[in-house]
Design a protein around this ligand. Structure first.
Ligand code: BMP
Length: 226
């Protein structure tokens, strides 16, 4: 499976936890995993995130995307909290670097059995100007931190390809930007990603389950051609 669903509730939804739980139930094992972020944490709280994690299929990746970017002990404390709530991966910004930041977080992740995912570029336009000139350095930090994987944008598949070339096959690459942000399903997979992270295309569709399966089919078609 090559799909991670981003559970970002719109502000218009009354009960963000119910909205997310329904999506988890509908999409189920069509997704390899689910990603939560600040919009859901702020509305459901940590107990809500725990309730949600318990509803996710046991084998699914449960990613806490809080885009950590702080000194080591603060990121570590945050990681411990999300691990206790049932999540098995955390995302941190690569730009904070290893010494005094990602090194401590990496130790905590190891001791808690958490996967560390380092963000090395982003899917929005400004990232190509601000972050991409630092791509090589950010990838080095991810390697030095012994990350499990990195985030790289489906909207700029050449960045995904560069990341794969530098990291080799043993790292996991996760790519957001498919659907609402314009990248076609399969674009990032063809460039070397393992998973595409998809939010609104699925979560705002009339039939999230059907849309998820359609997307998987489109990914398969694209991969068969690349
Ligand atoms: P959507 O498919 O609705 O655009 O959602 C994309 C998801 O991926 C959001 O949860 C967002 O926080 C995340 N994301 C992103 O869009 N670009 C990045 O560079 C990094 C992300 O984590």
């Amino acid at each position: 499976m090559t799909l991670i669903v981003a559970l970002d509730p719109p502000q218009s939804v009354d009960d963000a936890l119910e909205w997310s739980s329904k999506l988890v139930e509908e999409v189920g094992t069509a997704a390899a995993g689910f990603k939560i972020g600040l919009p859901l944490l702020l509305r459901a709280g940590l107990p809500g995130l725990k309730t949600l994690a318990d509803k996710m299929p046991p084998e699914s990746l449960k990613i806490a995307d809080l885009k950590l970017a702080d000194v080591g002990h603060i990121m570590s404390t945050t990681a411990e909290a999300v691990a206790a709530a049932g999540y098995d991966a955390v995302i941190a910004h690569g730009f904070v670097g290893v010494e005094g930041a990602l090194d401590e977080l990496a130790d905590t992740c190891r001791s808690m059995g958490l996967k560390l995912i380092v963000l090395v570029s982003m899917s929005h336009p400004a990232a190509s100007r601000i972050m991409d000139p630092m791509l090589d350095a950010l990838l080095e930090e991810a390697v030095k931190a012994d990350a499990w994987g990195v985030v790289a944008p489906a909207t700029r598949p050449e960045i995904v390809a560069k990341a794969r070339k530098r990291l080799g096959p043993s790292y996991t690459i996760l790519s957001p930007g498919v659907g609402a942000q314009g990248a076609e399903p399969g674009t990032a997979l063809c460039a070397g990603a393992d998973y595409e992270i998809v939010g609104r295309l699925i979560t705002r569709s009339a039939s999230p389950r059907e849309t998820a399966f359609l997307l998987l089919e489109k990914q398969r078609e694209a991969v068969s051609r690349c």
